[in-house]
Design a protein around this ligand. Sequence first.
Ligand code: CA
Length: 474
Amino acid sequence: MKMLSHCLRAILATSLIAFAASEANAASRPNIIIIVGDDMGYADVGFQGVKDYKTPHLDKLAADGARFTNGYVSGPYCSPTRASLLTGRYQTRFGHEFNPGPPSAGLPLSETTLADRLRASGYKTALVGKWHLGSEADQHPQKRGFDEFYGFLGGAHSYFEKNGILRGTENINELDYTTEAFGREAIAFIEKNQKQPWLLYLAFNAVHTPMDARPEDLAKFPHITDPKRKAYAAMMTAMDAAIGKVRQSLEKTGQAESTLIAFISDNGGPTMPGTTTNGSINTPLRGSKRTTLEGGIRVPFLLAWPGQIKPVVVDKPVIQLDLHATALAAAKVEEKPEWKLEGVNLLPFVKGKNNDLPHGALFWRFGDQMAVRSGDWKLVKYDSNVETRSGRNNEPATAAKLYNLADDIGETRDLAASNPEQVKKLQALWDDWNTANKPPLWGKNGEAGTAKKAQGKAKSAAKKKPQKAAEHDD
Ligand code: CA
């Protein structure tokens, strides 16, 4: 009896040690959620001043952690931003400059994703929502580091149509509303995986076109008369509510303090005239999605980690590829030089442990358009036609202009003529950065480029559903 009791005590002690170790592990290696909104305007969240509707859950997230007022994305539209977020490198380093037009185009198989890296270190990984990094079998999210996938492969999707919404590789049987479904799937993943750290990439299609709003959400905005803006408000409200529910599930399962949450939009609001606009507002920024003006690349940008990051507003310029480096650092995955990561771990900056600028300069290349920002100075060659003309940006970019964003956030006063030295300096920085860029793997307007050759693929376009081409629009 004495012997048995001794054994039981030993077993109990061992279990307690194992339990404590797993608890410590959970605390030291947080879960990571990267939430991406699609085509949101800079001004379209409460914490950045929206007036005609409310975003209480996003505002709460902003108030709980770090809000970046100079948060950027490296792509002025969908797929390039996602390629860079997931690889931690500027997308032009590997030719992913434009949205993938040709059927076989997608994130080059030579690239490793954040999901690959975190999964290799013991994380459970899921993508819920929009992929837009390739529709072929070997480009599927579950071949690119994600254990689980629920969502769609292209660049846009109906919010009500179940056809094309996949669980893994199988079409789902019923769908109420994508925003609702994505929130629900995210919560299921969060509730299911409490024993090991996880990565959840939650990429809503809200508020990208089509402007599919639910009647009950539309009914909340009788005061908004413009039908597009009304739909936008309804769709934003639905996404905000879904994000609120996701955070509730973290609280409910006791994972709030062991979860790092990032939120960005993948690009600025498409405010140019034309059929692909969504009613978004980028004020006080100038320009639109598809331009390297601030309106195309500066976005709502949040990072929260209750207990680890105190509420703070950060004005230093940061960029979405920093989220890759930040996630790896939080997960204690050591960055390898051969990964050639270009993002910076933001945690020391938001915790006040590093007061320098995270980046000497930030860079953009988008066809003929370019931009470089160093400190408050920005040199930018943009497509002015996008601001005034409907349709695609086929026109050549204008000459580079120089703006000082400290007192000219709206990029209204070109200082190039009076500051030739500054122009020269910024251009030299950009030229140097550009030497390591690759030519685009496919064309700006979806035309086939060298993508097939580059990826060693030669599959027939005829096999693809006609819907795919439309899905890739923006
Ligand atoms: Ca987008």
